[in-house]
Design a protein around this ligand. Structure first.
Ligand SMILES: [Zn+2]
Length: 170
């Protein structure tokens, strides 16, 4: 930016976990940029690739305090911790992390008669749609909610932060 400020832009359509990882990724770039800018003043040149060693180290340091079950559900935390051990330019280099993040993704489009809500905010006993199936919300267990799948009667645990669909008139 003109006055030497840094602007970070992140796509707003990412789920909260993907957003946080992407945001910290960009903060690491900004921190590396600041570091090299201070180096230029004493006459050195930037020689590193954008996702080189200094970026990796900075990204790892910034992510470290966030690698906790209070921030990420364990399903994401596990592959994320693995990814952070040797971060690549994109999370797509780590399929297990991509799958875990996709599970927390917002559905792309839905009819107007349907509204989306975080499962944790739905009252117990209410029915909802998730992954094209109908469930009944049960009790919260740490980061997941026990839910009954209505057609089979089986119990599943679903991420408390998952976005589920509820009919408008409910
Ligand atoms: Zn990058």
């Amino acid at each position: 930016m003109p006055q030497g400020q840094t602007q970070i832009t992140v796509n707003a359509n990412l789920n909260p976990y993907a957003f946080l990882i992407t945001y910290v990724h960009e903060v690491a770039h900004a921190a590396v940029h600041q570091y090299y800018r201070s180096q230029w003043r004493i006459g050195r040149k930037r020689v590193e690739a954008p996702h080189g060693k200094r970026w990796k180290t900075t990204f790892q340091q910034l992510m470290q305090p966030l690698l906790s079950e209070t921030v990420f559900p364990v399903e994401i935390l596990q592959p994320l911790t693995h990814y952070i051990a040797n971060p690549a330019a994109t999370t797509y280099a780590h399929p297990a992390l991509v799958v875990a993040l996709r599970q927390a993704d917002v559905a792309v489009a839905a009819p107007i008669s349907v509204r989306r809500i975080m499962l944790k905010d739905l009252p117990e006993g209410k029915d909802f749609q998730f992954a094209k199936k109908t469930f009944r919300r049960g009790t919260l267990r740490r980061t997941r909610v026990v839910c009954k799948e209505m057609s089979s009667g089986k119990s599943y645990t679903i991420l408390a932060h998952a976005l589920v669909e509820v009919d408008y008139d409910e």
